[in-house]
Design a protein around this ligand. Structure first.
Ligand code: FAD
Length: 341
C-alpha cells in the first residue's frame, strides 16, 4: 500500500502538469497510466506532429511537449506507475480514498485527480472468428515473454513500429515467421521497413501485404493457423502456433465509468471553481471533464490543473488560507523547485 497525498489517474499532458501544480503547493502525487509510457494522446497519437497553441512555445511536437513536462516535474519526484490501469477508486468514511490497479498495486490517497483523457488506451483487437478464444493463450496484443515464441511458427499482424520491431527481433528465433499487413505502406520507421524487406527477400520471413486475417483456427484456445484474405485472389492458409497482433491502441472510458461519478456521455461533470466531481475529493481535469463551455485543449487542461491544485491544497489543509505565490519571487516555491535563492 502506497500512501500519498494525491493519486493522479492518467499521465497525459494534463496529468503531468497536475503533478507540477500540486508540487508547487507542496502536495505529493503518484501518477498511474495504463500505457507503458507517459504522454497520453500526445505520445500515442501524434508524437511527431507540431503543436502551435501552447502559450509561449511557438511550436513543439507532441513528444517534445511531453519531454518538457517530464523535465518540469522532475523536482517533485512523483511516483510514476506505467502500464497499469486504475480499476477501483473507493471513498472511505475518513475522507481518504483507496485506489487499486489491475496489477494489484494499492494506494491510500487524500484526494484523487482523474486526468483520464478520452479513456484508457487499449490494444485494438483482431475481429475474426476464433480470435477471442485464443487471447492470452496463443494470440497476444503485447509481448511479455519473447522466449514463448522460440522455435514456434508465428504470425505477426500489423504495419506500425511494434509489429516491425518484433518481426526484426523474433525472425532469428522463431521456427517460421509470417508478417501480414493490410496495406503495402507502413507506419513503422523506414529503416525497420527496409530491414524487414531484406529479410523477406532473403526468404527468412514470409510477407503477405494487402491482406487481412479472416479466421483463426483453434482448439481450446490453442491456435493451429489462420486464414488470410488478400484484397485480390484466393484466401491463403497459414500454419501458426502463435499470433502477435499490433493494430495500435484505441481509447476506452473503461473502469472510470464504475466509480460512481456523475458521468455525461463519456465525460465527468465538474464545477469550474475546483474542478471537483460529484464525489468530494475526486477532481477531474483535461479532456475527461465536462462543464459549460468546455474545450478539449491542452491549454484549458493546464488551467484546470492549476485551480484543482489550489482546491486540493485547501482540502488537505482546511482552515488555512491558500495564498497565491509567484514562482519568480516565492522562496518556498524556489525550495520546492530546487532553485537556489
Ligand atoms: P490524454 O492525453 O488523453 O491522456 C489521458 C491518459 O489517461 C492516457 O494516457 C490514458 O491511458 C490514461 N488513462 C485513462 N484511464 C485510465 C485508467 N483507468 N487507469 C490508468 N490510466 C488511464 N490539443 C491542443 O491543445 N493543441 C493541439 O494542437 C492538439 N492537437 C491534437 C492532434 C491530434 C491528432 C489529437 C488526437 C489531439 C490533439 N489535441 C490538441 C488534443 C490534446 O491532445 C488533448 O486535449 C490532450 O491530450 C488531453 O490531455 P489529457 O491529459 O486530458 O488526456
Amino acid at each position: 500500500m502506497i500512501k500519498t497525498d494525491v493519486v493522479i489517474v492518467g499521465a497525459g499532458p494534463c496529468g503531468l502538469f497536475q503533478v507540477f501544480e500540486l508540487g508547487l503547493l507542496g502536495v505529493r502525487a503518484e501518477v498511474i497510466d495504463s500505457i507503458p509510457r507517459p504522454g497520453g494522446q500526445c505520445s500515442e497519437l501524434y508524437p511527431d506532429k507540431p503543436i502551435y497553441d501552447i502559450p509561449a512555445i511557438p511550436v513543439c511536437s507532441g513528444e517534445e511537449l511531453i519531454q518538457n513536462l517530464l523535465k518540469q516535474i522532475e523536482p517533485f519526484h512523483c511516483g510514476m506507475h506505467l502500464g497499469d490501469e486504475v480499476t477501483e477508486v473507493d471513498a472511505r468514511d475518513d475522507g481518504t480514498f483507496h485506489v487499486r490497479t489491475g496489477k494489484g498495486q494499492q494506494f491510500e490517497a487524500r484526494a484523487v485527480v482523474v486526468a483520464g483523457g478520452v479513456g484508457s488506451f487499449q490494444p485494438r483487437q483482431l475481429r475474426a472468428p476464433g480470435a477471442q478464444a485464443c487471447e492470452q493463450k496463443s494470440l497476444h496484443y503485447r509481448v511479455q515473454h519473447p522466449q514463448l515464441f522460440a522455435n514456434r511458427r508465428l504470425v505477426i499482424l500489423g504495419g506500425g513500429d511494434s509489429a516491425l520491431d518484433w518481426v526484426l527481433a523474433l525472425a532469428d528465433t522463431a521456427r517460421h515467421l509470417t508478417l501480414v499487413h493490410r496495406r503495402d505502406e507502413y507506419r513503422a520507421m523506414p529503416s525497420s521497413v527496409a530491414r524487414m524487406r531484406e529479410l523477406a527477400a532473403a526468404g527468412r520471413i514470409d510477407l503477405i501485404e494487402n491482406a487481412k486475417c479472416s479466421a483463426v483456427h483453434e482448439t481450446n484456445g490453442m491456435m493451429s493457423g489462420m486464414t488470410v484474405q488478400p484484397k485480390e485472389g484466393a484466401p491463403v492458409e497459414i500454419e501458426a502456433e502463435h499470433a502477435l497482433v499490433f493494430f495500435g491502441l484505441a481509447p476506452k472510458l473503461g473502469p472510470i465509468a464504475d466509480w460512481g461519478l456523475d458521468i455525461n456521455r463519456k465525460t465527468i461533470n465538474v464545477d469550474t471553481e475546483k474542478f471537483e466531481t460529484s464525489t468530494p475529493g475526486i477532481y477531474a481535469v483535461g479532456d475527461i471533464n465536462h462543464y459549460p463551455g468546455k474545450k478539449k485543449l491542452i491549454l484549458c487542461g493546464f488551467h484546470e490543473a492549476a485551480l484543482a491544485a489550489f482546491a486540493i491544497k485547501q482540502r488537505l489543509e482546511p482552515g488555512r488560507k491558500v495564498h497565491v505565490q509567484y514562482t519568480t519571487t516565492s522562496p518556498i516555491m524556489h525550495e520546492r523547485l530546487g532553485v537556489p535563492d
